[in-house]
Design a protein around this ligand. Structure first.
Ligand code: SF4
Length: 420
C-alpha cells in the first residue's frame, strides 16, 4: 500500500515538474513587462511634474472635471511634460488637422517621458501613420445602417446600444468610433434620448441596454441618473450596462457622488477598456474597488493592438492585473478596419496565438474571448484555436491545451435504457 502511495506521489511530482516547465518562459518575460503597480513611484514623479506645469493643487488632481478642462490638446503643451522631438511635434500638429486628439493629465502621468514606444503614449499621442497608412474605412460596421431610432445601434435580437455622448476623457488613437468624435464634445440631445427610450419601451424583446458613446461616464451625474431611472421603469429591461474607459484614462471620475447615483439603480454592469498592464494603477484599482463594493460586476474589453498588446506574455499579464483589481477579462477584439487606425491592426494569427497561450496556462477566469466583429454589423464572431479535431457518431478526437490528442466518447443514453 505504502509503495502504491509512493508511486502515485512520484508520478504527481513528475507531472508538477512538467507543468512548472510550461510556465518558465512567462515567468522570465513577466519581469520585463511594465506594470502600473510597479511604476507607482514613477507615476507620482510624473504627476508632481505635470501639476507644477499646470499650476494644479492636489484638490484639482482629484477632480475629474479639472482633468477634462485641462486636457492636453496642443503638441507644444504636451512637450512641457514629456519629451517630444521637433519632428514629433510637427507630426502631431499635422495629424491634428484631420483627427482630433486630447489627453487627460492623469493619463499623461502614466507615460514614459522619454520612450516614444511607451504603450501608453502610443494609445494617446497622434502618429503620422494615422494619415499615411492607407487601410480601412470610416464606418466598417455600417453603424449608420443599424440605427432604427436616434442614438440607437441595434445588431442583436435582445439588446442594443444608446450612444449617449460623443465625448471621452481622452481620444484614443485606435478608437473604432473616431468618426463620431467630431470637433466638440456633445451629449446626445434629450429629445433623441427620449425617442430611444420610446423605441425600447415598444420593443419588449430588449432586455439589455448598453449606454456608451463616446464614454458613458462623460455624462453629467444628473443625466446619467435620469437615463438609468427611465430604464429602471421599463419592465422588460433586465440589465443596464455602462461602457466607459474612464477607469483607465481618468479614474477620479468614480467619486462618491457618482457611486451614490449608481447605487440607486439595480442590475448595473460596467464594461471598461484596459489595453496594457501599465494602465492598471493604484488609482484605477481604487475606482474599481469602489464600484465592486456597490456590487457592480466589472468586465474588460481589450482591443488587440500592434506594438501594444499583441504579445502573449503582455496579454496574460494584463489579464492577471485586471483580476487583481476585480475586473474580469471579457473580450479581446480584433481591431476593426477603421480608417486612421491601420497601423494598429494585427494579423489574426496574433490573436489565435494569444488564445492558444492562455488556455490551460492560466485560470479560466483570466481568459477573455477573442472576437472578430463581422463587417457591416453582422456581429461578434468568436475566434478559437481548434480543439475539436474530428467528430464521429460515437467518439470525438480532442486536442488538449498541451497538444495531446485524446479520443473521447460521444455517447448519450436516456435513464430508462439498459443498453450502452
Ligand atoms: S474612450 Fe472609447 S470611444 Fe472614447 S476615444 Fe477611447 S476608444 Fe474611442
Amino acid at each position: 500500500m505504502a509503495n502504491d502511495i509512493m508511486e502515485k506521489r512520484l508520478r504527481a511530482q513528475k507531472r508538477a515538474e512538467e507543468l512548472k516547465a510550461r510556465i518558465k518562459d512567462y515567468l522570465e518575460a513577466r519581469e520585463k513587462i511594465h506594470c502600473g503597480f510597479k511604476l507607482a513611484e514613477h507615476y507620482e514623479e510624473n504627476k508632481r511634474r505635470i501639476k507644477k506645469v499646470l499650476g494644479a493643487t492636489e484638490k484639482d488632481w482629484s477632480n475629474w472635471k479639472w482633468h477634462v478642462r485641462n486636457r492636453f490638446t496642443r503638441a507644444e503643451d504636451l512637450a512641457k511634460v514629456i519629451n517630444l522631438t521637433e519632428k514629433e511635434i510637427k507630426e502631431i500638429n499635422e495629424v491634428g488637422k484631420t483627427y482630433r486628439w486630447a489627453v487627460s493629465p492623469y493619463y499623461a502621468s502614466l507615460m514614459d517621458p522619454d520612450d516614444p514606444n511607451c504603450p501608453v503614449r502610443k494609445q494617446a499621442i497622434p502618429s503620422i501613420y494615422e494619415i499615411t497608412v492607407p487601410l480601412g474605412e470610416p464606418d466598417p460596421m455600417a453603424e449608420e445602417y443599424t440605427s432604427p431610432a436616434p442614438t440607437i445601434t441595434r445588431r442583436y435580437p435582445d439588446r442594443l446600444i444608446i450612444n449617449v455622448t460623443n465625448a471621452c476623457a481622452m481620444y484614443c488613437r485606435h478608437c473604432q468610433r473616431r468618426r463620431n468624435i467630431g470637433e466638440v464634445d456633445k451629449a446626445a440631445p434629450t429629445e433623441d434620448i427620449l425617442q430611444a427610450l420610446d423605441y425600447i419601451r415598444k420593443n419588449e424583446e430588449i432586455r439589455d441596454v448598453l449606454l456608451t458613446g463616446g464614454d458613458a461616464f462623460m455624462l453629467s451625474n444628473s443625466k446619467l441618473d435620469w437615463i438609468l431611472t427611465e430604464l429602471d421603469k421599463i419592465d422588460h429591461v433586465e440589465i443596464k450596462r455602462l461602457g466607459t474607459r474612464m477607469l483607465v484614462t481618468l479614474p477620479m471620475r468614480v467619486n462618491d457622488e457618482l457611486c451614490e447615483i449608481l447605487d440607486k439603480h439595480p442590475r448595473v454592469y460596467i464594461n471598461t477598456h484596459f489595453n496594457h498592464p501599465k494602465e492598471v494603477t493604484k488609482d484605477s484599482e481604487k475606482a474599481c474597488d469602489k464600484l465592486a463594493r456597490l456590487g457592480i460586476p466589472l468586465g474588460n474589453q481589450t482591443v488587440l493592438l500592434k506594438g501594444i498588446n499583441n504579445d502573449p506574455h503582455v496579454m496574460k499579464k494584463l489579464c492577471h492585473e485586471l483580476l487583481k483589481i476585480k475586473v474580469r477579462p471579457y473580450y479581446i477584439f480584433q481591431a476593426k478596419m477603421v480608417k486612421g487606425t491601420g497601423h494598429f491592426i494585427t494579423k489574426i494569427e496574433d490573436g489565435i496565438n494569444i488564445m492558444e497561450y492562455l488556455r490551460g496556462y492560466t485560470s479560466g477566469l483570466a481568459i477573455p474571448q477573442y472576437i472578430i466583429n463581422a463587417p457591416k454589423g453582422f456581429g461578434k464572431t468568436p475566434m478559437l484555436p481548434e480543439y475539436l479535431v474530428s467528430m464521429a457518431p460515437d467518439a470525438v478526437y480532442i486536442r488538449t491545451w498541451e497538444g495531446r490528442m485524446i479520443k473521447y466518447p460521444n455517447i448519450s443514453i436516456d435513464g430508462e435504457s439498459t443498453e450502452v
